[in-house]
Design a protein around this ligand. Sequence first.
Ligand code: IPE
Ligand code: IPE
Ligand code: MG
Length: 241
Amino acid sequence: MSQIIDTNNLPKHIAITMDGNGRWAESKGKIRAFGHKNGVKAVRDTVEAAAEIGIKFLTLYAFSTENWSRPQSEINALMSLLVSAINKETKTLMNNNIKLSTIGATDSLPSKAKKELNEAIEETKGNTRMTLILALSYSGRWEILNATKNLIADGINHEKINEQIFQQYLTTKSVPDPELLIRTSGEYRISNFLLWQIAYSELYFTNRLWPDFRRQDLEKAILNYQNRERRFGKTKKQIQN
Ligand code: IPE
Ligand code: IPE
Ligand code: MG
């Protein structure tokens, strides 16, 4: 009998490193861009499923700071895919009452991508069921360095700096830390994603390549999360009392 998701114990925030598009395409004898294209279907399915399950925040790692080092032709393919996906999927976001936002150095994206993103962010800003956060030109170290620079620029007294204040300088300042971080494609690493925010996240790895990831895979990850005991440094006995 398959287990049922406990709606009283849902992660508020799920973060996903969508990895394996290139290998998916190569296994089919296609170019890497074909994998990215098919990754969009997985994004649509996952976003809809997350909203229906009742997840409040979904962060998708779509392009890292380090991904700028890929061949220019692949970067171009990814950027034009971003433009067309945002353009086509804004109505999916509206139909599902989902608000779009981004984290990362989005100023460095091509102007067409910035324009599409800003339009979609503006159009969906009143939506309330779930917030979809796209990490674009994002890296955890970039974010922490930026926060530090801005703390100093604001003249915050070093004695006053604590976790709460530091958090206010992160790109995720109005978002709770992810309780669950999923990575596809069988790689067991963080790759510079949400370094501060994942301090106590539950990590879930699956061999599924991103273009094959579907609702059932998301449900499986959530069920796995619900069977874990989160202790936050305490003992098992303390948690159970
Ligand atoms: C993830 O798939 C998408 C991005 C990083 C943009 P990859 O392109 O990393 O695919 P693999 O890991 O090479 O298979
Ligand atoms: C991480 O995937 C970044 C994104 C999914 C956007 P990569 O494929 O870039 O990660 P590494 O380089 O294999 O660690
Ligand atoms: Mg990869």
